[in-house]
Design a binder for this molecule. Structure first.
Ligand code: KG4
Ligand code: ZN
Length: 335
């Protein structure tokens, strides 16, 4: 049978990314041009700056991905592009590049949801076994997604305020750590002890939703109150306490969902999946549940990349999904 070669394009936030994958699972190239250095001095992603960088980088990144894969456009069977959610000006660059290439080379186009991409990053590591649950934790999303089969996504819980990554980045800013703050808090947390009592938002007993803004405020208040009293708080212990609270809620709700939905597999997805504390806590928890297969992608597949978009796009393409040239960026797209 003929191989399926898919070119993935991702520009939803601050990484310009292109990748070529084979048969939905084999990475031939995975090119990511990060803009983090440009946004750092502003303490977060500046949308207009992101769009401009994408415009500058997109052609170079796509050409590089094809070159590394040793392929030309005539050998590409489909183009998968992130349609949303994300920054509209950023998404537009990828969507328009994908449409232009698809049109001029007569290649089918498939629109992909960014979160579907994060989930399918796992398929680049291991075949999916259904039913499964994915814990999606990124800068923009915190969701528990149930999948009965390929291409079917049911959100059983989501954040009611801040995303987990957003909470990490805001707490990091309070501690004067550079953007993005997640990795810095993670590092500090491992040097400290969770000695400071911080809240855990469990919400209603049966809810799979999350809430992190109260925790974030508690961290800010703890620092503020200490400053006023002239007490110094060890930022390592504060980071460790914050991280313990986030992980406690994420892991506890994931395990409850795994049991209730009787899933065979758990997939960790999104930028916060790079968190060492979260990875270890999940590994320890699922060691006790040998019937459930825990999959955790390597760090470069957790943060934004285009291989994950190509991976999701490959499955959707095989299931017959196509987009036409009326495709538009959709910043608030539902999964
Ligand atoms: O998935 P991603 O690259 O972009 C979005 O789609 O949002 O996720 C970026 C987020 C940022 O908030 C960043 O601080 C967080 O992932 N992150 C981490 C770690 N590495 C990245 N958060 C906690 N611990 C980490 N090690
Ligand atoms: Zn993402």
């Amino acid at each position: 049978e003929k191989d399926l070669i898919v070119l993935g394009i991702e520009t939803s936030c601050d990484e310009t990314a292109a990748s070529v994958i084979k048969n939905g699972t084999i990475i031939l190239s995975n090119v990511v041009a990060s803009q983090i250095e440009s946004h750092k001095r502003f303490g977060g992603v500046v949308p207009e700056l992101a769009s401009r960088h994408h415009v500058e980088q997109i052609t170079i990144v796509i050409e590089e991905a094809l070159k590394e894969a040793g392929l030309t456009l005539s050998e590409i069977d489909a183009i998968a592009v992130t349609e949303g959610p994300g920054l509209v000006g950023a998404l537009l660059v990828g969507v328009n590049a994908a449409k232009a290439i698809a049109y001029t080379n007569n290649i089918p186009l498939v629109n992909v949801h960014h979160i579907a991409g994060h989930i399918y990053a796992n398929r680049l590591i291991k075949e999916m076994t259904f039913p499964l649950i994915s814990l999606v934790v990124s800068g923009g999303h915190t969701e528990l997604v149930y999948m009965r089969e390929h291409g079917e996504f049911t959100v059983i819980g989501e954040t009611r305020d801040d995303a987990a990554g957003e909470a990490y980045d805001k707490v990091a800013r309070t501690l004067n750590l550079p953007y993005p703050g997640g990795p810095h808090i993670d590092r500090l947390a491992h040097e400290g002890k969770p000695t400071i009592d911080l809240p855990r938002a469990w919400l209603e007993e049966d809810s799979y939703d999350f809430s992190f803004s109260g925790l974030k405020s508690a961290v800010i208040n703890t620092l503020h109150n200490a400053n006023q009293k002239g007490i110094t708080i060890d930022s390592k212990d504060l980071a460790a306490s914050f991280q313990a609270s986030v992980i406690d809620v994420l892991v506890t709700k994931t395990i409850r969902a795994v049991k209730e939905y009787k899933v065979k597999q758990v997939l960790l997805s999104g930028g916060v999946a790079a968190n060492k504390g979260l990875r270890t806590a999940l590994e320890e928890a699922f060691n006790e549940m040998p019937d459930v297969d825990l999959v955790i992608p390597p760090l470069n597949l957790c943060t934004d990349n285009a291989a994950m978009i190509a991976a999701a796009g490959s499955v959707l393409f095989e299931r017959g999904k196509r987009s036409d040239l009326s495709l538009n960026a959709n910043p608030g797209l539902d999964i």
